[in-house]
Design a protein around this ligand. Structure first.
Ligand SMILES: Cc1ncc(C[n+]2csc(CCOP(=O)(O)OP(=O)(O)O)c2C)c(N)n1
Length: 250
């Protein structure tokens, strides 16, 4: 690179991301979070020491986009698989990447018990309030009154129960060391999420326990809104129930 090139360099693509075009819908939060995870791995220089556990859900192909070692878990089982991988290879940075259907519905038991055991893993929890991949069905995190494919008149508490604040529950467990809730809808939010990811990866080597990063996210296709409308809707409706910030930092 000559001097003029380096002087003009304002953006460097992280080599931890592959060149493949992502399958995500325009406006989806998954792509932004993938990029942040890749940047953190790049900046910590741990590309050959990181193992991701891919979920079932829209992020099922995460392994195609972030160029590290991966294992694919059955729907909801990522924390159990991450437990095994981290215990067998304790010198690796091990993280799960899961949607709310994966983590807070079918995988509730695996998530709670991995966090309660204090496994030295990072759990990245993308909460868009619905099952995105399968067509926008209601999830445990769906808000009261929120319309989904399986609650067309809106979630009803007497019928469907209360929206589940899984992250708050995980913060109560003795095995978690760092539990935070972030978002990626603005530049400031993106920066904070990246900082949280870095801290979580660092924690996993300090053997402090489980770090959980919830990213409150949009699913504009499932929500049937434009990306812009989705961001506004998320701020107005999701944030009051799932407020931003650290819930625990031990
Ligand atoms: C054992 C099992 N049960 C159900 C499914 C069907 N299924 C695939 S993805 C999905 C929901 C994904 O939603 P979420 O985890 O919130 O991720 P998103 O797609 O919103 O990112 C479901 C129920 C499956 N593949 N395997």
């Amino acid at each position: 690179m000559n001097i003029i090139d380096s002087a003009n360099l304002v953006y460097r693509k992280t080599p931890v991301m592959t060149d493949l075009t992502m399958h995500y819908c325009p406006g989806c939060s998954h792509g932004v979070v993938h990029k942040l995870v890749a940047e953190v791995i790049d900046e910590m220089d741990i590309q050959d020491k990181t193992i991701g556990i891919a979920p079932v859900g829209c992020a099922v192909f995460a392994y195609k986009y972030i160029d590290i070692d991966w294992q694919q878990a059955a729907h909801g089982r990522a924390p159990a698989l991450a437990t095994a991988v981290k215990r067998l290879l304790p010198d690796r940075y091990v993280f799960t990447y899961q949607g709310d259907g994966d983590l807070a519905a079918i995988g509730t038991a695996e998530t709670i018990h991995a966090c309660n055991r204090g496994e030295n893993i990072v759990i990245i929890f993308i909460n868009n309030g619905i099952y995105g991949m399968t067509g926008g069905q209601m999830a445990p995190t769906t808000l009261d009154g929120m319309k989904t494919a399986t609650s067309p008149s809106g979630r009803s508490v007497p019928l469907n129960g209360y929206p589940l604040d899984m992250t708050k529950l995980l913060a109560e467990l003795d095995g978690t060391c760092y539990v935070t809730r972030q978002s990626v809808h603005s530049l400031g939010a993106v920066r904070k999420t990246k900082k949280a990811l870095r801290k979580a990866f660092e924690n996993s080597m300090l053997e402090k326990g489980t770090s959980v990063i919830e990213v409150v996210s949009t699913c504009n296709s499932g929500w049937k809104m434009t990306p812009d409308e989705s961001n506004k809707w998320m701020v107005e409706n999701m944030f009051p129930k799932y407020p931003m910030g650290d819930l625990k930092d031990r």
